[in-house]
Write a protein that binds this ligand. Structure first.
Ligand code: ZN
Length: 252
């Protein structure tokens, strides 16, 4: 079966719809898994929550999801993110807030643990370096772990995971993750980040998501262009911060 893995949608309906069309163009998938941050930053929180609820019952919470219903203090965000979180909170219905509040932080599916930022500190930790990745491999039981939060596609491989040497130092090797280059997941321990649907930050403005094929044993990153300008117009109309509007065009 094939699975689509989406993360960091961030209230960007146009990007989410483009990704769903891309998934359909592949002939569909058995399940869609969502790694959190459905809302925050963007202009379409209702529509994104509705679509994720319908399409992706397998979903974990992000810091922006919890900030939007008050479970995380917006004072912990930078000013733009905080302003967007306060705006998002003002838009949501009680039912939508309840939905976000009840999302789990960690789930296990197939050979993966879905763990938002990191399995060690799901809400806030970013896995951007080999050292941070190495320290996280002991924090999940499955072979592999899927994380979001950084908005940067990448994967980390554990070195000598089954070493009997008690003095062996935990280590990990970082790898870039590019569209069209399949990553074999069988027989090794990996932490994989599929990038962001709604606010990519790797200098590529196209939406990023991943397909996992359990029969082939591979993950494949996908990049999908979408019409950014209408999203920016809706953000402008909502009064969202200029920096958040501009960054979508550059993917940073
Ligand atoms: Zn995010």
């Amino acid at each position: 079966m094939r699975y689509a893995i989406l993360s960091d949608i961030h209230s960007n309906l146009t990007a989410l719809e483009a990704v769903l069309v891309d998934i359909d163009s592949l002939g569909g998938v058995g399940e869609i898994w969502c790694l959190g941050d459905i809302v925050g930053y963007g202009p379409d929180p209702h529509e994104c929550i509705e679509l994720v609820r319908k399409k992706s019952p397998v979903c974990i919470a992000g810091n922006h999801d919890w900030a939007a219903e008050g479970k995380v203090d917006t004072a912990e965000f930078n000013p733009d993110a905080g302003a967007a979180a306060i705006w998002t909170r003002s838009q949501l219905t009680p039912d939508e807030k309840r939905y976000l509040e009840n999302l789990p932080l960690v789930l296990e599916k197939d050979i993966f643990t879905l763990a938002r930022g990191s399995p060690r500190h799901p809400v806030w930790e970013y896995i951007l370096s080999a050292d941070t990745a190495a320290a996280n491999f002991d924090c999940f039981q499955t072979a592999c772990c899927l994380v979001g939060h950084s908005h940067v596609p990448a994967f980390f491989e554990q070195i000598n995971p089954y070493s009997l040497d008690v003095n062996a130092t935990p280590a990990a090797v970082p790898h870039e993750l590019h569209a069209g280059s399949p990553v074999v997941v069988g027989g090794r321990r990996l932490i994989i980040n599929p990038g962001s649907v709604g606010q990519p930050r790797d200098n590529d403005p196209r939406s990023s998501y991943m397909i996992y094929d359990d029969e082939a044993g591979v993950c494949l990153l996908k990049r999908v262009p979408y019409n950014i300008s209408p999203v920016q117009q809706r953000m402008l109309k909502a009064g969202l911060p200029t920096g958040l509007i501009e960054r979508l065009a550059y993917g940073y």
